[in-house]
Design a protein around this ligand. Structure first.
Ligand code: NAP
Length: 280
């Protein structure tokens, strides 16, 4: 199953907990060993120079994470819908139109909802956080027909900005902002789009119930406390590790390195290998 050679990497800071090199190593094994992927720690002002160095070194493209997902949009010559509408890009390629970007975090949640047969039509969601991951999650939920989405953040300004942006894109979904606390009854989709459970201890302040849909963007070896409590309560859970591998598989496809076939199977083969490695 050999495919085109891919040279790529990840720009961001901090990258200490990034599992992306391991994911792309697994992709490389699954596709014939033609993928190289590097971590490049860099803060805000260094991004443009890093991108130029990557272009000169013949990279196919790159991923961007904290703190670059919004800033990278300004460097793009062309942005796909998922990047334009969320105001953030995490995947960029050196393409025919120049720097072309998309948001595979947002597309990953859309893919995961479909894969797991989770319908969110008309339901109410509480999304914790107001950064890039929250934008991606709210975009995917609204795109899948969620009726109401409450953005719950420590700093209300960030949530209000996201509310205004997404309200324009999805007039059929009602967006609101709430304090960072337990949502009112009836919010049956609970999404952690903060680093809680990954870069800092804790869980979002909500109590999952049986039948809820709980999504964690954060991930940790062995699972996060939030998803453990969701599963124990009988909720349906979408794991951050699953989303990580989903967004990486979609990035590989954007760079032209996906060998074709069933991307869900490819993603699941890689996820199973990654889970085994993390357990070992
Ligand atoms: P970001 O743009 O920096 O936004 C983080 C958000 O979380 C902000 O609203 C921030 O609020 C809030 N926050 C930070 N620390 C908090 C705390 N201790 N308690 C409550 N809220 C807190 O980051 P991001 O890109 O959205 O990423 C968020 C998390 O998702 C990260 O851990 C990232 O690694 C993960 N992620 C995973 C995937 C995946 O594929 N699984 C994809 C994307 C992101 P303040 O402004 O108040 O600090």
């Amino acid at each position: 199953m050999q495919t085109k050679a891919i040279k790529a990497g990840l720009f961001g800071r901090p990258l200490s907990k990034s599992l992306s090199p391991g994911v792309f190593r697994i992709f490389s094994e699954l596709t014939g060993g033609l993928i190289s992927y590097e971590l490049r720690e860099c803060a805000g002002p260094g991004l443009a120079a890093e991108v130029e160095a990557a272009r000169a070194a013949g990279w196919t493209g790159f991923n961007a994470t904290i703190p670059h997902k919004r800033a990278v949009l300004e460097l793009l010559d062309s942005a796909e819908k998922a990047a334009r509408e969320t105001g953030a890009a995490n995947t960029v390629r050196f393409g025919e139109k120049g720097l072309e970007g998309t948001n595979t975090d947002a597309l990953a949640l859309a893919g995961a909802l479909g894969e797991h047969g989770l319908s969110v039509k008309g339901l109410a969601a509480a999304v914790y956080g107001a950064g890039g991951a929250a934008a991606a999650a709210a975009w995917a939920l609204a795109g899948a027909g969620a009726g109401r989405i409450a953005l719950c953040a420590r700093k209300p300004e960030g949530a209000r900005t996201l509310q205004a942006k997404l309200s324009r894109v999805f007039p059929g979904t009602s967006f609101s902002t709430l304090p960072f606390g337990e949502p009112p009854e009836g919010h049956t989709i609970l999404v952690n789009a903060t680093p809680l459970g990954m870069y800092c201890p804790g869980t979002p302040p909500c109590a999952p119930r049986a039948g809820d849909i709980c999504v964690d963007l954060a991930y940790a070896p062995g699972g996060t406390d939030f998803l453990r409590s969701a599963k124990a309560a009988g909720a349906r859970a979408v794991d951050g590790l699953d989303l990580l591998v989903w967004q990486a598989a979609l990035a590989l496809d954007f760079w032209g390195g996906f060998p074709g076939g069933d991307i869900v199977k490819f993603k699941n083969d890689a996820l199973a290998r990654l889970a085994r490695q993390l357990e070992g």
